[in-house]
Design a protein. Structure first.
Length: 301
């Protein structure tokens, strides 16, 4: 079988691409190395997706999947992609479940949280070091935790953690946050959330679990120790694009035009793994729709 479209990635961008491709009566399959939903399934609260005043990421992801399956989208999970071979008129997607031949590919693989690079970070991962408050916040009820970062991910997760933790200390390397203003207001008004400005976490220590962090002020070069039982890290994203040979920027994000076309004919991209000024559910959905329509037109031509 030669598919019309193979969609790699089951987040909002990939599922939207699946909806649009099936509505165009294209023979499509979506594959994901874990399961559908993407990063939003670990998002506690979504309140900026149009039409939903307030919902959880898991509920929203479930609705995306239900919508895609309604149109008959074939979905394969627990399938890892190792490469894409360009054969001109067709592509061969190399997966852990065998090769899949297709006329077009839509890459919607999203991103993975970046490691901080602090001493002992990896050794204490899962023993107090986490990259997902929604996943692990439950274990830190009435405890003191440190959140590293100043963007939307860091601040929204700090707000979430404040619901259960005794105290949340946000460590940020600058003297102001990059998060949306409304998230900043929520954080600044929360008495449980404190800030350590102009500082970086250089070391995480503990015998069996996290016990404290060593923080250095980047302006004065002085250090201090903060007693904590958990460290939640949000210092950037790594695009999941290593398997595909298309034009990328210096960080590995895929470069595409406004039609979501990459440097290789027949390969399209959508969502957080591409070069884009904004990484939100709403923009991922828009990307997925454009990529699917572009793939349809490519096949027609």
């Amino acid at each position: 079988m030669v598919y019309d479209v193979v969609i790699i990635g089951g987040g909002p961008a990939g599922l939207t691409a699946g909806i649009y491709s099936k509505r165009a009566l294209l023979n499509s399959v979506l594959i994901d190395r874990i399961g559908v939903g993407g990063q939003i399934i670990v998002t506690d609260l979504v309140e900026n997706f149009p039409g939903f005043l307030e919902t959880s990421g898991a509920d929203l992801a479930g609705k995306f999947e239900q919508h895609a399956r309604k149109f008959g989208l074939e979905i394969k999970t627990l399938v890892d992609v190792s490469g894409i071979e360009d054969r001109g008129k067709t592509k061969v997607v190399q997966t852990s479940d065998g090769n899949i031949e297709t006329k077009t590919v839509i890459i919607a693989t999203g991103t993975t949280p970046r490691n901080l690079g602090a001493k002992n970070e990896l050794e204490l991962k899962g023993r107090g070091v986490s990259y997902c408050a929604t996943c692990d916040g439950f274990f830190f009820r009435e405890k003191t935790v440190v959140v590293v970062g100043g963007g939307d991910s860091a601040i929204t997760e700090a707000i979430y953690l404040a619901k259960m933790a005794k105290k949340v200390i946000v460590v940020h390397r600058r003297d102001k946050l990059r998060a949306e203003k409304i998230n900043q207001e929520h954080a600044f008004s929360n008495p449980k959330i404190k800030f350590v400005w102009d500082s970086v976490v250089e070391e995480i220590t503990g015998k069996q679990v996290v016990e404290k962090v060593v923080v250095r002020n980047v302006k004065t070069n002085t250090t201090q120790e903060i007693i904590t039982e958990g460290v939640f890290i949000y210092v950037g994203l790594i695009p999941n694009t290593g398997f595909v040979n298309v034009r990328k920027d210096e960080w590995g994000f895929i470069i595409a035009n406004d039609k979501m076309e990459t440097s290789v004919n027949g390969i399209f991209v959508a969502g957080d793994c591409r070069v884009t000024p904004l990484r939100q559910i709403a923009t991922a959905v828009g990307d997925g729709a454009i990529a699917a329509v572009s793939a349809e037109r490519f096949i027609e031509e």
